[in-house]
Design a protein around this ligand. Structure first.
Ligand code: ADP
Ligand code: MG
Length: 307
């Protein structure tokens, strides 16, 4: 099977959408950007053995690549337009490609993000996704707008994905985990949820926003730095899932929540008088100064890092 057959069979049926004028099949795609809005663009690469391992199902590789890319649109407060996929394959493996396209299809559908084009080449396995979205002009969410006194908020629960990865890597072989909890925690790693809806609702409300890909402490430091202020986080307020706490206890769960990556939740700041969305928790306050301050970091020696 040649390049064109691969494209036709696996990647040409996911390309229609509200803002798509021209999709897979021509020299380029054409998307309609609504009037008075800005085009928001982000690219992410997933490379075998750097971002995922061979034992991950191709469905999960496809789904996760899209979800993690879409998460950047969510963090900007953008609505989805479409995406392109640059795919490098060592060989044409039908079963694997079928799985990949199933995962892509599920994510395309879930996030209303059609696959409108791409490139297919031979080489070491990698996927590069470029996601495109739009925001009403001047309403995009930035990392740089936090103000002193703002509430620091985070969506969902933290640390589950990093623990799910550790379980997949066999780090907790001796631990007796509840089956449903284990399934939930591993799925938080393999099937992260990008918070597109929340990102849009935060426009004109949040003063800053970032998605959590590298762990709370690291990502909060990016926003603190961009805003020129200090983020003070209360460890007792961090949202932890009951599954994670019952698996490893609260102290270790907190470590995962602070340092574990790939949760793809949103971290954002709200002015003191702005209501907090239902799916979010207030975890601290913005202060003058710099960096990230968290009670548990200054209190505990021998603090573990999970990256
Ligand atoms: P060109 O030589 O003009 O770059 P290609 O042969 O690379 O064209 O691609 C043909 C069509 O298939 C283009 O519309 C391109 O966007 C699309 N395409 C190629 N690879 C992929 C892919 N992995 N996913 C989605 N669309 C793809
Ligand atoms: Mg090409």
């Amino acid at each position: 099977m040649g390049e064109f057959d691969v494209i036709t069979r696996y990647f040409s049926s996911l390309g229609s959408g509200e803002f798509v004028d021209l999709s897979v099949g021509d020299d380029a795609a054409a998307l309609i950007v609504p009037a008075n809005s800005e085009l928001i663009v982000s690219t992410d690469s997933s490379v075998l053995d750097t971002h995922f391992t061979e034992d991950l199902f191709p469905e999960d590789i496809g789904y996760k690549a899209v979800a993690s890319a879409v998460s950047d649109l969510a963090a900007m407060g953008a609505e989805p337009l479409g995406m392109t996929l640059a795919l490098t394959l060592p060989s044409v493996d039908d079963l694997w490609l079928h799985g990949l396209s199933q995962g892509l299809a599920r994510a395309c559908h879930e996030y209303s993000l059609p696959l409108v084009g791409g490139d297919t080449t031979r080489g070491p396995l990698s996927l590069t996704l470029t996601v495109m979205g739009f925001c009403p002009r001047n309403e995009k969410l930035l990392r740089s707008g936090a103000r002193v006194g703002d509430k620091i908020c985070v969506s969902g629960c933290l640390g589950d994905a990093a623990f799910g990865l550790a379980v997949m890597q066999g780090q907790y072989r001796g631990l007796e985990l509840d089956f449903d909890d284990q399934e939930y925690l591993v799925a938080r790693f393999t099937h992260p949820t990008a918070r597109l809806d929340l990102g849009c609702r935060l426009r004109q409300r949040a003063t800053s926003c970032i998605d959590l890909s590298d762990g709370l402490i690291q990502d909060a430091a990016h926003v603190a730095h961009a805003s020129g202020l200090r983020f003070s986080i209360h460890s007792a307020s961090l949202p932890l899932s009951t599954a994670l706490v019952s698996a490893v206890g609260e102290a270790r769960a907190l470590n995962y929540a602070l340092s574990g990556g790939e949760d793809y939740e949103l971290l954002f700041t709200l002015p003191p008088d702005t209501g907090v969305p239902d799916e979010a928790t207030v975890i601290g306050i913005v202060e003058t100064g710099e960096g990230v301050d968290c009670d548990i970091l200054s209190r505990e020696q021998g603090y573990d890092h999970f990256h």
